[in-house]
Ligand binder design. Structure first.
Ligand code: NDP
Ligand code: GDR
Length: 370
């Protein structure tokens, strides 16, 4: 039975990847951070009681800033494959925590590579590094492929640049099987609530149900190549099943602006929106609502700009060319963006309908401010 170790297993991708690896018959080990409250909600359905026999899913406490801890876990597990997905992954937050981001996202990768080397596992353990389209940053050419020059635009992007090159360096210097997956944005109903797609789909659901008045956003002009996380974890696994290690772009090849995404998400629930005004005065205004379930009045401003969400330096346009991955790994995304948006909006609507039902019935969820 193959053993995999996944850092960042409690995150969006970690949870989907763990599901995939368990389906494929792996023994899956994950690293979770100690937290003052439960932080394993995305993998709770995979939990197995450690007292039972033949456990194939096990979590270890750890942190990418702690090399002794990482080395011990790798020594204990002796993994055939390591997927390094752990990171401080929010680009805007990285401007506020640049040193921490460099430590975890940059040096954390080095700690994994060096542990594998020092433990004499270079011939056994294959490593996947979660690289990112944020490496491209300032637009040099589109679509972006494996040969496009990098120009990161955030502490997050710069930390990931170090991680990318240290992975290449260990591959070349020590003949390690280490791959970079240069993944473009990928989303799902399990996406963190502060990334723009999920922020939008949550707000669409809440505004429709009368639980929120307005959605505040930053740069509506930014364009992203959005895919589904379920498709992208398949590509991660495929990279480690090849004879030779290499780096691959994973993307859909379609780019969409944040503004267009907002329109798509509202339209999913029958709400037609138009954007009026310019700059900080731009607003998304309801034109009509064809769904009798929702009372959203025409003329209401439901999207406004808050400069707080603008970034000191922005990545304006991402569109990936995944030809290499398609040709060499036979990978192709199954989900289109409209399908992804539909799935996310429906999931959030269900979530907030349940919450509203409980609140309306007087069964408030625990509120620590009360
Ligand atoms: P998430 O933010 O959902 O998950 C990040 C994971 O890393 C969480 O499990 C988090 O733990 C963990 N983590 C954070 N800090 C540390 C630390 N110091 N030590 C150990 N673990 C830590 O990210 P995604 O699942 O979306 O992304 C997975 C990886 O892929 C990340 O490295 C991200 O940068 C990269 N990436 C993501 C893309 C995307 O569009 N989703 C695109 C390209 C790259 P906790 O749950 O406790 O916070
Ligand atoms: P990104 O994702 O920065 O591309 O990084 P995010 O969803 O945060 O932003 C996408 C674009 O939307 C614009 N935007 C806003 N973003 C957020 N979060 N909140 C807002 O209110 C808002 N308004 C506009 C942003 O400026 C940006 O242009 C994600 C992360 O998963 C990284 O870890 C990963 O490496 C990259 O994708 C590929």
């Amino acid at each position: 039975m193959k053993k995999a170790l996944v850092t960042g297993i409690t995150g969006q991708d970690g949870a989907y990847l763990a599901e995939l690896l368990l389906e494929k018959g792996y023994e899956v080990h994950g690293i979770k951070r100690r937290s003052s409250s439960f932080n394993t909600v995305r993998v709770d359905h995979l939990y197995q009681d450690p007292h039972e026999k033949d456990i194939r899913f096990k979590l270890h406490y750890g942190d990418l800033s702690d090399s002794m801890n990482l080395t011990r876990i790798i020594q204990e597990v002796q993994p055939d494959e390591i997927y390094n997905l752990g990171a401080m992954s929010h680009v805007k937050v990285s401007f506020e925590t640049p040193e921490y981001t460099g430590n975890v996202d940059g040096l954390g990768t080095l700690r994994i590579l060096e542990a594998v080397r020092l433990l004499g596992l270079t011939g056994k353990t294959k490593i996947y590094q979660a690289s990112t389209s944020e490496l491209y940053g300032l637009v040099q050419e589109v679509p972006q492929n494996e040969k496009t020059p990098f120009y990161p635009r955030s502490p997050y992007g710069v930390a990931k640049l170090y991680a990318y090159w240290i992975t290449v360096n260990y591959r070349e210097a020590y003949n390690m099987f280490a791959c970079n997956g240069i993944l473009f944005n990928h989303e799902s109903p399990n996406r963190g609530e502060t990334f723009v797609t999920r922020k939008i789909t949550r707000a669409v659901a809440r505004i429709s149900l009368g639980m929120q008045d307005c959605l505040f956003l930053g740069n509506l002009d930014a364009k992203r190549d959005w895919g589904h996380a379920k498709d992208y974890v398949q590509a991660m696994w495929l990279m480690l099943q090849q004879d030779q290690p290499d780096d691959y772009v994973i993307a859909t090849g379609v780019t969409t602006s944040v503004r267009e995404l907002v329109l798509m998400a509202f339209f999913e629930l029958g709400i037609e929106l138009e954007f009026k005004g310019t700059g900080l005065e731009e607003a998304g205004v309801v034109v009509s609502c064809s769904n009798p379930k929702f009372q959203v009045e025409p003329g209401k401003e439901v999207v406004k700009i808050d400069p707080e969400y603008h970034r000191p330096t922005e990545v304006e346009l991402l569109i990936g060319d995944a030809t290499k991955c398609k040709e060499q790994l036979n990978w192709c995304p199954k989900y289109t963006l409209p399908e992804l948006v539909k799935e996310m909006v429906e999931a959030d609507l269900k979530l907030f309908e349940k919450e509203k039902y409980l609140r309306d019935g007087g069964h408030d969820t625990l509120d620590y401010n009360e």
